[in-house]
Design a binder for this molecule. Structure first.
Ligand SMILES: [Zn+2]
Length: 437
């Protein structure tokens, strides 16, 4: 029965292949660049027309007052819901509609939706308009094959994931759109590859470290105190002690790629002394001892760690320098923090998608955790919903790159997997399917 349904869904989606490609092209052709957050209303209107025609009740929601929201760049989101014939559980597909800047190096029009060699090219093709299109086709195919389904299907297109998700999923979660009473299962079609179930992500801790000095004439540095040299001492301590310590910490999280299976820290930026002159400034700098140097660090942490420990490591390093180095003084400002999250492997949405991968691709799924965060953080923390994964077509490494693309066969296969998993979840079958095997 279940395999029969999978075969019917696969056949139905095969007939929708051209529609899936056209839908992906249409979405790519709406340039939803973020920042600043362009054309959010246009893409919501497009999705509104499509999903209304498929029997969904839609809501267009502006996240007024969130970071970046303005009259010129309003943060529009769409939430579409299709009720089944009978009450039951709700499966929600959430995709972000924003894309990052194109950058240099493209050989095709980044907003042309070019189809070539079995791929659709464009900014956002894999991250994540291909995934959004696949989830829409999956839902439409499922409804066509199972018009009397129980429960509800939701599809959302949300703003600002690339800049933190505060005008998108975070805002919707705060308004109750991801509350466990309304939504029971969430699939985020980010490009994690068609055979992988992404359970969650590592944690994030961003901070700015400032070392302090005293200004003086550059010809007599001994009369001042050089903040950049103090920052040099911070970097030396990081190289000698902190980086080796982070590299030695490993996790039970199946993070990909392998290098992200340890704690990591990036130095995002470093500024000391005079501000960089404008590019067209032709004069010399003045002779001054810098009285301030600032560094921004991006620390990614593991589920075995917590934000207090992460902060404590940096404080210990700075306090050690303060105790041992003449005139060393610092300030530490925490900028952003996201806790790590990892959905349990026996959660219904994990089991259903894993089973669907096995049914459709005839091989077991790979369980992964993302090195960076995505909107699951808001669904977990604000929505209090733990039954959430990322699953979608596309190769993660292509995200944000020039000549980004999504494979058409990959989209077809992952749409089939989404439709099969949808059927399983709405039938309340994730657990029973396990027993039946
Ligand atoms: Zn994305």
């Amino acid at each position: 029965m279940r395999n029969g349904n999978a075969e019917r869904l696969a056949a139905r989606i095969e007939t929708m292949r051209a529609d899936l490609v056209a839908l992906t092209q249409d979405l790519i052709r709406i340039p939803t660049l973020n920042p600043p957050g362009e054309n959010y209303r246009d893409i919501c209107d497009y999705l509104d027309r499509r999903l209304t025609a498929s029997g969904f009740a839609t809501q267009l929601l502006r996240a007024e007052g969130t970071p970046g929201d303005s009259t010129r760049y309003p943060r529009w989101n769409i939430v579409a819901r299709r009720e089944g014939r009978m009450p039951g559980q709700c499966v929600h597909f959430n995709s972000h509609t924003d894309v990052v800047e194109t950058g240099k190096g493209w050989t095709v029009d980044p907003f042309g939706g070019v189809v070539k060699d079995g791929r659709v090219y464009g900014r956002g093709a894999c991250d994540m308009k291909g995934g959004l299109a696949a989830s829409i086709i999956a839902a439409e195919a499922f409804i066509a094959e199972n018009p009397d389904f129980a429960g509800a299907i939701e599809i959302s297109g949300t703003a600002d994931e690339e800049t933190g998700g505060y005008g998108g999923v975070a805002w919707l979660a705060e308004k109750g759109y991801f509350s466990p009473e309304r939504v029971q299962h969430v699939i985020i079609p980010e490009p994690l590859n068609k055979d992988r179930v992404c359970l969650g992500h590592r944690g994030v801790w961003w901070a700015e470290i400032e070392t302090k000095g005293r200004i003086a004439h550059g010809s007599m540095p001994f009369l001042g105190d050089c903040a950049v040299r103090h920052m040099g001492a911070v970097m030396r301590a990081m190289e000698d002690d902190l980086f080796p310590k982070l590299a030695a910490k490993s996790t039970s999280m199946p993070v990909v790629p392998d290098g992200a299976r340890n704690s990591t820290m990036n130095i995002n930026s470093l500024h000391g002394g005079q501000a960089e002159p404008e590019a067209d400034y032709t004069g010399f700098p003045s002779a001054c001892v810098p009285d301030s140097a600032r560094m921004v660090v991006d620390r990614r942490y593991l589920i075995e760690e917590n934000a207090e420990e992460v902060r404590g490591e940096i404080v210990d390093l700075l306090e050690g320098l303060k105790a041992g180095r003449k005139d060393f003084d610092y300030a530490l400002k925490e900028l952003w923090q996201v806790s790590p999250t990892m959905t349990e492997r026996d959660a219904p949405v994990v089991v259903a998608v894993a089973d669907a991968i096995e049914t459709v691709l005839k091989r077991p799924p790979v369980y992964v955790v993302s090195p960076g965060t995505y909107d699951q953080k808001h669904i977990d923390r604000i929505g209090k919903l733990k039954n959430c994964i990322a699953y979608g077509p596309g190769i993660l490494d292509l995200a944000h790159q020039p000549d980004e693309y999504v494979g058409i066969d990959d989209m077809v296969e992952s749409a089939t997997i989404m439709a099969v998993a949808l059927g399983d979840l709405l039938a309340g079958g994730a657990a029973s399917a396990k027993v039946g095997k």
